[in-house]
Write a protein that binds this ligand. Structure first.
Ligand code: ADP
Length: 209
């Protein structure tokens, strides 16, 4: 977050004199309390300053990067997940390839007859199956998919940063977002590297941290 000159001045005054009232800060800058109000609100919202009634403003001592980390650790999977694209396990490799193009995704999730998560299909899984002269219309995807229990999953309430860690550790592009069911896991979302990139851009653009 870029601070304006005036906001930097306010921070300096509070650092040196805090706790200090808004009125006193305004006096030192030869401005009115009303003029300062938006700047004080921004600095408080961003976490640089804290305000206590009848005491005034004081410096929290947190650096910009500490505040950024705090903000990042509030991001939840549910806020960034995409719609999952799902195929059944007896669908052919050929149809799965068509689905991947039609839906413009890089990862498909595979479900069993109870609609529970059974597997994952990546682009390379489908490419690998396409090398050679097999009839792709007659190979079901359950033959080639990565299957349960070897699927790395996440849940809607998980922290985005923890899901990002899983993508890196397992060297994969996407995680299914799941809910537990009586007999397995239902796929409710898809969390990809693209979702992570969006979160990163949002974090950088956010004016109020
Ligand atoms: P690509 O193979 O297109 O580069 P990935 O890196 O996502 O895509 O996939 C690498 C391998 O990991 C594939 O065999 C895929 O089936 C498997 N895979 C992908 N996502 C997961 C996941 N969430 N859990 C377990 N295995 C996965």
């Amino acid at each position: 977050m870029e601070l304006s000159n005036r906001q930097e001045q306010i921070l300096q005054i509070v650092k040196e004199n805090g706790p200090i009232t808004g009125e006193n800060i305004a006096d030192q800058l030869n401005l009115t309390r009303a003029t300062l109000r938006p700047d004080l609100a921004i600095l408080t919202m961003a976490g640089f300053l804290d305000a206590r009634p009848r005491v005034g403003y004081f410096f929290t001592g947190k650096t910009g990067s500490e505040l950024l980390t705090e903000k990042l650790k509030k991001f939840k999977v549910s806020e960034y997940q995409s719609v999952p694209i799902v195929v059944e396990e007896d669908v052919s490799v050929y149809d799965a390839i068509c689905m991947m193009f039609l839906e413009d995704v890089g990862t498909l999730f595979v479900t069993d007859e109870s609609s529970n998560l059974a597997g994952v299909l990546s682009r390379k899984d489908l490419l690998r199956a396409s090398i050679g002269n097999q009839d792709l219309t007659s190979i079901p995807v359950h033959i080639i998919m990565t299957r349960m229990p070897n699927i790395t999953i996440c849940r809607q309430d998980d922290l985005l940063i923890d899901a990002a860690q899983k993508l890196i550790e397992k060297q994969i592009d996407a995680l299914p977002v799941v809910h537990d069911t009586d007999d397995g896991m239902e796929v409710v979302g898809r969390l990809t590297k693209t979702n992570m990139t969006k979160a990163l851009v949002e974090l950088a653009r956010d004016q109020h941290l």
